[in-house]
Design a protein around this ligand. Structure first.
Ligand SMILES: [Fe+2]
Length: 195
């Protein structure tokens, strides 16, 4: 048996759930590969920008790396715009949700708010207040979010920059997203369930 046989949960037996639980753990372990696969989908469509979102993502991570950021921050930089394709109206939420179980809560906050902080560099072109991020000046993640946007994110639209390839970052993504998530996973089903 490699698939559960129930048609609704009321029919499910221990061995059904043991099988699903086992597959779930493999599926969780494989998540970094799927996340990177999705990141690669950002290649091609540049939305009018000088570089596409894939190049922008790699470039943001490269600048963070060359600036001496730690591995977790580099992974945040690499993935910060991964939600652009699926949620263009609130893309930061997607990256924050992917990263949040594995990173410092302040880094998750940084990613969740990077779009608002990044607006410092362009909101005035749209008749909006570029200083909205100042409402968070006393937040413990304020300085790192300013640094993220000002030094790495808003600067990473240069088609001539010497950007590192995805392969350079793959082991970092595997390590960070391979951590035990905050709060852990449910315990495996007990052996006696494997009847
Ligand atoms: Fe960005």
């Amino acid at each position: 048996m490699n698939q559960a046989r129930f048609r609704h949960f009321g029919e499910a037996q221990h061995d059904d759930w043991a099988l699903i639980d086992n597959r779930f753990r493999d599926y969780v372990a494989d998540a970094p590969r799927r996340v990177l696969g999705h990141l690669q989908r950002l290649a091609g469509d540049h939305h009018g920008y000088p570089v596409d979102r894939y190049e922008h993502s790699l470039q943001t991570a490269t600048r963070a790396l060359r600036d001496g950021a730690d591995e977790e921050m580099i992974v945040c930089a690499l993935l910060h715009d991964i939600g652009d394709e699926l949620a263009p109206a609130n893309h930061a939420e997607i990256a924050a949700a992917i990263l949040e179980p594995f990173v410092d809560p302040l880094n998750a906050w940084m990613i969740r708010h990077h779009e608002l902080f990044q607006g410092y560099h362009y909101r005035h072109f749209f008749g909006q207040d570029p200083h909205v991020r100042e409402q968070y000046r006393d937040h413990p993640a304020y300085e790192r979010t300013v640094r993220f946007c000002d030094h790495w994110d808003q600067t990473s639209f240069d088609p001539d920059y010497d950007t590192l390839p995805l392969e350079h970052f793959m082991p970092m993504v595997e390590r960070v997203l391979g951590r035990t998530p905050h709060g852990g996973l449910p315990d495996p089903l007990p052996e006696e369930a494997l009847r």
